[in-house]
Design a binder for this molecule. Structure first.
Ligand SMILES: *Cc1c(COP(=O)(O)O)cnc(C)c1O
Length: 356
């Protein structure tokens, strides 16, 4: 499908940031956006890059009432040689299709997904910051825009992409976070939508996050919805526990998100001389392993923050802490992953895709 480029008048162009050290996360957006529409009986049509501007939507649109929405998150990096790199965007394209299927939304063909992103990023390349830890965060999303109150899958959708220059995800820097194991609320259950990247999962997890914040924790670690016994994931991160040179993470059994970073960590860790294991992790055993010192490091993985070291973990009335500062392997995985993404370390996995 052809992607047209609508003109951007000078008065629609925003002032670009001057200070790359205070970008924050997802607060400012570039001048343009990508938009394609799907209509019943017609399929995908009108793919275009256009000025970034608000949607005018009927208040009855399905997305506002029944939350038919999915999204993705990936980053573009500007290398020292001027090339612009995306990290494993094909995986985001495939996951977007999986999410769409689960939410009864139309599948976005992989080439429409990738070409839409590339066209936008190519036109907005001057917006990509270059200071260490910064990047252009790309947010594809799909929403149901048919104005009708009946519960049904929509006959009209917007697939759109916006982009935001971002600094390091955590304002405090690469510092260990404190995490509360949630034993009251659940994020997902077998058969639910935990495996789909959909806004509803976040809406329903905010209560637990808010309660944990009041108690002084940064994040919530979810347990499985059936027994509240097995470790699932944290907010927008998959979790890893390091036992010396052995790394353990929860299996993709349907209720956790299959992170691109998770997959990359598993593959990278092997080349760094570690053994990796995907298995159900019993929270009681995990706490015991922390206490006996068997768990040497813990970290989360996700596109936004890349790797986040965990400093403290609390479950019921008990808290355990891990090491001092950032663990050796955690730091090495972070350095290697960001090194590949920014062109400082050779990409032996063929993960990088350059924007023309
Ligand atoms: C996006 C997301 C992740 C991380 O996935 P990446 O592809 O590594 O960014 C983990 N958990 C949830 C719930 C997410 O939405």
């Amino acid at each position: 499908m052809d992607i047209s480029v609508l003109p951007l008048s000078a008065d629609k162009m925003k002032a670009k940031f001057k200070d790359e050290s205070h970008l924050g996360f997802g607060k400012i957006f570039t001048d343009r956006m990508f938009l394609a529409e799907w209509s019943a009986g017609k399929g995908w049509h009108d793919a275009r890059v256009k000025p970034y501007e608000p949607f005018v939507l009927d208040p009855a649109c399905l997305v506002f009432h029944y939350a038919q929405e999915i999204f993705e998150g990936l980053k573009a990096y500007k290398w020292d040689d001027g090339r612009v790199a995306l990290f494993r965007p094909e995986m985001n394209a495939r996951r977007f299709q999986t999410s769409a299927e689960r939410l009864c939304m139309p599948e976005v063909p992989e080439d429409l997904f990738l070409n839409g992103i590339e066209k936008l990023v190519s036109l907005e390349r001057d917006w990509i910051p270059t200071a260490p830890g910064t990047s252009l965060y790309i947010r594809p999303a799909m929403i149901a825009v048919e104005p009708v109150l009946g519960v049904k899958s929509s006959d009209h959708y917007y697939f759109y992409v916006i982009a935001s220059p971002v600094g390091a995800y955590y304002a405090a820097g690469f510092n260990p976070v404190s995490i509360l194991v949630e034993d009251k609320y659940v994020r997902a259950t077998p058969g639910g939508t935990g495996e789909a990247k959909t806004g509803g999962n976040y809406a329903s997890s905010m209560k637990a996050g808010q309660d944990a914040k009041k108690k002084g924790f940064d994040q919530v670690l979810w347990l499985d919805g059936r027994e509240r016994r097995y470790i699932e994931e944290v907010g927008a991160m998959n979790m890893f526990f390091v036992y010396g040179n052995h790394i353990v993470t929860a299996p993709l059994a349907g209720s956790i998100l299959a992170g691109v970073t998770r997959d990359s960590v598993l593959k990278l860790a092997t080349t760094l001389g570690c053994t990796v294991e995907e298995r159900p992790i019993d929270v009681n055993e995990l706490m015991a392993d922390f206490k006996s010192g068997k768990v040497t490091e813990a970290f989360g993985s996700g596109t936004a923050a890349v790797i986040t070291p965990v400093g403290k973990l609390c479950y019921k009335d008990e808290c355990v802490s891990v090491g001092q500062g950032v663990g050796r392997l955690t730091q090495r995985l972070y350095d290697t992953l960001t090194g590949i993404q920014t062109g400082k370390i050779a990409d032996t996995f063929d993960w990088v895709r350059f924007v023309a």
